[in-house]
Design a protein around this ligand. Structure first.
Ligand SMILES: Cc1cc2nc3c(=O)[nH]c(=O)nc-3n(C[C@H](O)[C@H](O)[C@H](O)COP(=O)(O)OP(=O)(O)OC[C@H]3O[C@@H](n4cnc5c(N)ncnc54)[C@H](O)[C@@H]3O)c2cc1C
Length: 301
């Protein structure tokens, strides 16, 4: 259970006090505001605040005095044009602020996305909770034999049991020692900023993460992708659901051009043109390396 009853009560109270505003409001996003959506075994994402909507993207693109809306079709068409031509700054006019609870090893991947503002829970000041990510059995996978940076089939039988036992026992033992080291009962008590170094990377941390829509879509493009590690991908996928309701036109364009689309090199494009003319194009006469050709074939299905 990611949230305590007290935290749930705080969120309910916040959600029960709506205020009038002249600012742009996205109805889809209002339904998500403050709600914590569970991710992994103890994590969550929740929207704390946001700015802008689809109309704000169009307003900025047209540098308009008013709402900037000509018609719904025009707005969606404009947003698709902007996305198609990598005209990114209008998307930067929308912002989102998320509260995220995530394992430290996921946070290490997430923090590589530098174009965001972050404030993390202080484990120098506060005591970390006894909460560790333990993969569900189906996600306890073996090392992939084809991809050094990936996983294969789920572990089975005695090996799966033993690995799960190690993960649980080691985490608990480290946390017991953490508590013992910081305790001031009958001893000085080690500083929290030092005691934390003995905790494993599957312990949960929390942060506020604020990012504009352009950079958020870049994050989602990389982390909601099948190549991303499962444990960060599930966070990205949860955020995708929120973004789809927040800025539906922008999200649809993103799905179409970025998530579902692909960039072709001029060599690959030339191969497509030759194929359309009826020529038999193979890796050998394509001008592409084996790896490029494999990916190209994958794209063409
Ligand atoms: C599947 C996958 C595997 C990965 N594997 C590894 C790995 O093995 N090792 C590893 O170290 N990382 C790895 N990464 C992390 C990856 O290399 C990037 O650091 C991460 O995805 C953040 O991307 P970004 O820099 O584009 O994002 P952001 O930091 O949000 O930056 C967005 C864009 O802003 C620009 N920008 C931001 N800061 C600067 C700057 N200082 N100078 C110039 N331009 C800037 C760039 O154009 C950048 O693309 C992996 C990522 C993925 C998705």
């Amino acid at each position: 259970m990611p949230l305590s009853p007290e935290q749930e009560a705080e969120i309910t109270e916040q959600r029960s006090a709506p205020q009038q505003t002249l600012r742009a409001v996205s109805e889809g996003m209002e339904s998500h505001l403050y709600t914590a959506y569970p991710v992994l075994d103890h994590g969550f994402i929740r929207v704390v605040d946001y700015m802008g909507d689809d109309a704000a993207i169009c307003q900025a693109a047209r540098v308009s005095y008013g709402k900037g809306t000509k018609s719904v079709q025009n707005d969606e068409g404009l947003i698709r044009y902007l996305m198609r031509h990598w005209h990114s700054t209008p998307f930067e006019m929308c912002e989102i602020k998320l509260h995220v609870k995530l394992p430290v090893f996921v946070a290490r991947q997430w923090i590589r996305h530098r174009t965001a503002n972050v404030n993390e829970y202080s484990a120098r000041y506060s005591i970390l909770d006894r909460e560790f990510y333990i993969p569900a059995p189906e996600h306890l996978a073996a090392q992939s034999v084809v991809n050094n940076q990936g996983r294969g089939e789920a572990l089975e039988g005695e090996e799966a049991d033993r690995v799960l036992r190690y993960l649980r026992d080691d985490a608990m033992r480290c946390y017991d020692h953490y508590e013992e080291m910081i305790s001031q009962e009958g001893q000085q008590g080690l500083a929290r900023e030092l005691a934390r170094m003995n905790l494993p990377a599957n312990i949960y941390t929390q942060w506020y993460w604020k990012v504009d829509l352009h950079n958020l879509l870049h994050f989602l493009r990389l982390r909601a992708d099948s190549h991303a590690q499962y444990e960060i991908r599930v966070y990205a996928e949860e955020i995708c659901k929120v973004v789809a309701d927040w800025v539906p036109f922008a999200y649809r364009a993103f799905e179409d051009y970025r998530m579902g689309g692909a960039t072709l090199s001029s060599t690959a494009l030339d191969c497509v043109r030759r194929m359309l003319k009826g020529e038999t194009v193979t890796q050998e006469n394509s001008g592409m390396s084996k790896g490029e050709w494999r990916e190209f074939e994958g794209l063409l299905g």
